[in-house]
Write a protein that binds this ligand. Structure first.
Ligand SMILES: [Zn+2]
Length: 220
């Protein structure tokens, strides 16, 4: 591309540029150090330090989704076991819900919502069922919240950002999810007396990646 168009070409992953877009015109605007975490079928991350994208010495840093946070019942696509995205992505929630349903130890309203067909299972159904007080659905949500909070606190303890923005499909679960994360996080925080960055939802939605990519040349 560089030769063909005779312009500098920058390459960043989509979560990183989305994080940059949030920092320029979105919810982390005016914050020097921020984190962006996108939660969908996987988990991606953008680390902004001094209003610039941080992607490490080899350009492959900020892989928040592959931070190892435990031991899981199935391996990650990357080959490791215990990556954050195998505990806290929508794929992870569906796999865990499916496991609990197949074990058959408790009734759940999820079964009627999916017409007894596990192929119909999605995170919206899991969250809607959890909001209605379904015990199995809440187990799935609580596990997701626990590991997501551990992952976020690991980042808080290391980077100490001013703000952490959560985007991606899972953020559609709204304050039900956000409040649970906010309740879970304090117990893991190292410097409890000092305070830590606020956790909010991202603002820009699906366009963030495109906006951020366009802005990349000025902010690296
Ligand atoms: Zn992984």
């Amino acid at each position: 591309l560089k030769e063909k168009f005779n312009v500098p070409i920058f390459i960043e992953n989509d979560a990183t540029v989305a994080g940059l877009a949030e920092n320029i015109i979105g919810v982390t605007k005016d914050k020097r150090n921020s984190l962006f975490i996108t939660i969908g079928t996987g988990i991606g991350g953008g680390i902004i330090i001094d209003n610039k994208v941080y992607s490490g010495s080899h350009g492959v840093g900020s892989e928040i989704g592959h931070m190892i946070v435990g031991e899981n019942f199935y391996p990650c696509n990357c080959g490791n076991n215990g990556c954050l995205e195998t505990f806290a992505s929508s794929t992870a929630a569906i796999k865990f819900a499916r496991k609990l349903i197949e074990e058959g130890n408790e009734d759940t309203i999820i079964l009627s919502k999916i017409n007894n067909n596990l192929e119909n299972l999605d995170t919206k159904i899991i969250f809607d069922s959890a909001k209605l007080g379904d015990s199995l659905a809440n187990k799935v949500v609580d596990r997701m919240v626990k590991y997501l909070s551990i992952g976020i606190v690991n980042l808080i303890n290391i980077i100490d950002p001013e703000i952490i923005a959560i985007g991606g499909g899972v953020s559609k679960a709204g304050d039900f999810l956000l409040n649970k994360i906010k309740d879970e996080i304090p117990q893991y925080i190292l410097n409890k007396k000092i305070g830590y960055g606020d956790i909010v939802f991202a603002e820009l939605g699906n366009d963030a990646g495109i906006v951020g990519a366009a802005m990349l040349c000025n902010h690296r």
